[in-house]
Design a protein around this ligand. Structure first.
Ligand SMILES: Nc1ncnc2c1ncn2[C@@H]1O[C@H](COP(=O)(O)OP(=O)(O)O)[C@@H](O)[C@H]1O
Ligand SMILES: [Mg+2]
Length: 369
């Protein structure tokens, strides 16, 4: 049966991840399972392969698919893939020399395509956006946090700031700072914990810096102009977009969701008390129907321009990304980050479309090889 399946499939596509000694492979199994199912329904042969098992000189490689009862995974041999959808789950794995080497080999391989080879670095994203007149306006002022002097320079320019780890995700390590000249404790630093945040007050820059350097613990950080986000009952929200390439290889917005911050959180992440909202409902209540429409169309256009600019900066093949965009109190748009390993969207319509688009783009890659 498996041979028939392979002969009938339109193309062979592999999801790339890393090996794990106790659970065969790493990454979000549910996500992988849904991708494989969607691909199969569309006529593709899809399997999970680890960096270790992806032997580029063999005809057949060891891979994994969900078992027929969907409760476990089974190992089989599969033909070498035509397209590799990279889902190496974390930066630590990506940094390993043998992983980097394999990614490079795939990128240089004449007969296969790998896309989204690397995680993005936050500082780099802002530097790429600032290089184009078209996208510069959406990027908050962003600098590398180099020491007390660099902090002071930014405080002089903006009295509201975000400090974020360059390689951060899911709100980890984020702080925000307000400087209120006339208060006795002029510096207010809010540090994000799991679900709430702690506020630290300091009278002097030296004291503030002591605390910040303790929190950052030597990790590379960016310091960024804080945006006063539109909020609903005191809860800020932002927009999460999924942008993917179509079967014509063009960037297109797959869907837009909204995430509203938990009442004690300085970010909008759901695990930190944030909630999922529908922008089509949320925006009209805040801005009125007409302006909401205008904002959403501005968001879609901006996202595509930003994706193109990121791709230009990255100089490696990209097929999808998620993006966090904010709206300030006057409805202006701001870019916070993009992610090259988008998490699955909880909105069913976006999710469904996102799975189909993975294969549309693979088809495009194969046709244009
Ligand atoms: N400069 C900023 N001004 C206002 N809010 C911000 C700023 N940067 C980040 N945020 C808020 O924090 C959230 C998390 O920031 P983000 O850069 O996406 O980090 P992470 O990688 O941890 O998700 C954003 O979605 C937004 O709600
Ligand atoms: Mg984010």
């Amino acid at each position: 049966m498996s041979n028939r399946l392979e002969e009938d499939s339109k193309a062979v596509i592999a999801i790339l991840t890393t090996h794990d000694s106790s659970r065969m492979f790493r990454g979000n199994r549910q996500n992988f399972q849904e991708i494989i199912k969607a691909g199969k329904d569309m006529g593709y042969l899809v399997y999970v392969v680890t960096v270790r098992d992806l032997k580029l000189h063999s005809q057949m490689v060891k891979g994994y698919t969900p078992s027929s009862d969907h409760h476990s995974w089974e190992q089989r041999t599969f033909p070498l893939p035509q397209v590799i959808y990279n889902r190496i789950p974390n930066r630590e794995d990506e940094m390993k020399p043998q992983v980097r080497k394999k990614i490079k080999e795939c990128l240089n391989h004449p007969n296969l395509d790998l896309y989204n080879p690397y995680f993005f670095n936050k500082r780099q994203l802002f530097s790429w956006l600032s290089k184009s007149k078209l996208t510069r306006k959406w990027a908050p002022i962003t600098k590398k946090l180099k020491g007390m002097a660099s902090l002071y320079e930014m405080i002089k320019r903006c009295s509201y700031l975000y400090l974020k780890p360059e390689d951060g995700k899911a709100g980890q390590g984020i702080m925000r700072l307000r400087y209120q000249k006339n208060k006795p404790l002029a510096y207010r630093l809010q540090i994000q914990n799991d679900k709430n945040s702690t506020t630290y007050k300091a009278a002097t820059l030296e004291r503030l810096w002591d605390r910040i350097s303790k929190e950052t613990n030597g990790d590379p950080y960016i310091i960024q102009q804080g945006i006063e986000l539109t909020s609903v009952h005191g809860r800020a929200f932002d927009l999460r977009l999924l942008i993917q390439k179509t079967n014509h290889g063009a960037w297109s917005v797959t869907g837009i969701g909204a995430r509203m911050a938990g009442s004690h959180s300085i970010t909008t992440h759901v695990p930190r008390g944030g909630t999922i909202e529908d922008p089509e409902k949320l925006l009209p209540t805040l801005f009125g129907t007409e302006q909401a429409e205008a904002i959403l169309s501005k968001v879609r256009n901006a996202a595509v321009l930003i994706a193109k600019q990121i791709e230009r900066g990255a100089k490696y093949p990209l097929g999808e990304m998620s993006m966090d965009l904010g709206l300030d109190t006057s409805g202006e748009l701001w870019f916070f980050e993009a992610n090259s390993k988008p998490m699955k969207f909880d909105e069913p319509a976006i999710r469904k479309r996102s799975l189909e688009r993975i294969f549309h783009y693979c088809e495009h890659l194969i046709e244009n090889k």
